[in-house]
Design a protein around this ligand. Sequence first.
Ligand code: URA
Length: 190
Amino acid sequence: MDWNTLEEACRSCNRCELGRTRTNCVFGTGSKTAELMFIGEAPGEQEDKMGIPFVGRAGQLLDKYFEAVGIERSEVYIANILKCRPPQNRDPLPAEQDTCIEYLRGQVSLIRPKLIVCLGRIAAMRIIRPDYRITLEHGQWIERSGVAMTAVYHPSLLLRDPRKREDMLVDMKEIKARLDAVRASASGSR
Ligand code: URA
């Protein structure tokens, strides 16, 4: 499936109840050729209003980390497991994730990122391992089918618990170092 077909299918999706309550489908944002992809959980209120992931308070904090380590939003791709907002920002239901993850799979196979970063526990449990423990394992990398993956704290957790912000900075610096290394090895092999 090509990008436009995938995006169109997602924007008109009514495969679960969330299609009825959304204002906008939040498909994703950034570069379709990004080496680095961030995957969050689901849109919140602001994201639902604007149709863009991570634009609310959590997103603004994420932007500060991008700035601190020298990553531009436009050079990475940011998407969520769910493309529609769950009412009152409740956790995505397993059935909603099962239905919606096909769109994310499509995005990943078209973008073909070298690095995938899960934002928060819910994304990590879906993408990396169902028993993923974010407090113990954040910032550790695994390799799967040639893609290096990690998870970091969700920025909304960092809003609630600022003591975790230092760990986040360490993890984000490593993400940027890996992005630089991926690019250096790609330009060396050209
Ligand atoms: N939280 C998420 O997981 N995704 C968003 O897009 C916004 C907040």
